[in-house]
Design a protein around this ligand. Structure first.
Ligand code: SF4
Length: 320
């Protein structure tokens, strides 16, 4: 198994690796204790909203919630899949909360969000995979907080992808994110219910439906992937015209989940980021603590500016 702790590192013998590696210093984060954190938590409880920040045990929760950035997880807190990296509960989900779209919009308004990220559990049990609820949430946000830009992070809508993507794109999110999560070789163990090329196709479908919607996707590093496999994922993403790539360190939520094969160094993350930028993404986030929604608002603003600059350059070239 190749190591990515440093781009020039060589693998250490399998037997020398402890079962559960100690987190390096660059992964340590402050405990969530601030007033802003508690206010965000209270608001989410009052509105009966779930967040991926809590359900996925995100290490950034202290920082994000202090700034009143939370990623709302719609369609309940029980997922119909059982991915080896994910901390969200698996089982038979409850009925969909009809108040969720309105409550999400109320939360965005109360937190004064300029940019909101909405994600969901997988709902393979629903005829539309949950796409209708995404549409309702986007519409409620447009109605209640028209200046908030909207980023959605959806499942793959297995078996019903086309109508789901079409309905969501019609509702007009600003950013459509769907994570590839890992390199294709690791799908059978890490993301067994999903297909790598189906996820890529979903993102292509978004662009063919509406080229103005920004597309975004990410992978976790530290699951045993090799450097060239990561480069191949970047190329696949560029072929699918994905605008924004994220890379962050995988952390094992509990001993039952897939183990961390490597803690990738910040230097190696920088190197991957530089390669991704050279491959032509409009925006790249690549640090150990990067998550899909980490600093999503600032990154969105930068990505929009990058697109405007690119379009202006193209127009100037045409007029020359
Ligand atoms: S990075 Fe995303 S999931 Fe993690 S706490 Fe921040 S907003 Fe929540």
């Amino acid at each position: 198994m190749a190591l990515m702790n440093d781009l020039s590192s060589t693998p250490s013998p399998e037997g020398e690796r402890p079962a559960r590696q100690r987190k390096p210093d660059w992964i340590r984060v402050k405990a969530p204790v601030s007033k802003g954190y508690h206010e965000t938590r209270k608001l989410m409880r009052e509105l009966n909203l779930n967040t991926v920040c809590e359900e996925a045990a995100c290490p950034n929760i202290g920082e994000c919630w202090t700034k009143k950035h939370a990623t709302v997880m719609i369609l309940g807190d029980v997922c119909t899949r059982a991915c080896a990296f994910c901390n969200v509960k698996t089982g038979m989900p409850r009925i969909v909360d009809p108040m969720e779209p309105e409550n999400t919009a109320v939360a965005a308004a109360k937190m004064g969000l300029e940019h909101i990220v909405i994600t969901s559990v997988d709902r393979d049990d629903l005829p539309d995979g949950g796409a209708g609820q995404f549409v309702k949430v986007i519409k409620a946000l447009r109605r209640e907080t028209p200046n908030t830009t909207i980023e959605i992070l959806t499942p793959d809508f297995r078996g019903k992808m086309r109508p789901a993507v079409e309905a969501i794109c019609e509702a007009g999110p600003d950013v459509y994110n769907h994570n590839l999560e890992t390199v294709p070789r690791l799908y059978p163990t890490i993301r067994p219910g999903a297909r790598y090329y189906a996820s890529l196709r979903l993102l292509e479908e978004v662009k063919s439906h509406d080229p103005m919607i920004f597309t975004k996707s990410g992978i976790m590093l530290g699951l045993g992937e090799q450097r060239l496999e990561v480069h191949q994922v970047m190329d696949d993403m560029r072929t699918a015209d994905i605008d924004f790539m994220t890379m962050g360190q995988y952390l094992q939520p509990t001993p039952k989940h897939a183990k961390v094969e490597d803690f990738v160094t910040p230097k190696a993350f920088d190197a991957f980021g530089a390669i991704a930028r050279a491959k032509g993404f409009l925006q790249v986030a690549s640090t150990p603590l990067t998550r899909s929604s980490y600093h999503a608002g600032d990154d969105f603003a930068e990505m929009r500016a990058a697109r405007e600059a690119k379009l202006a350059k193209q127009a100037a070239r045409q007029n020359a």
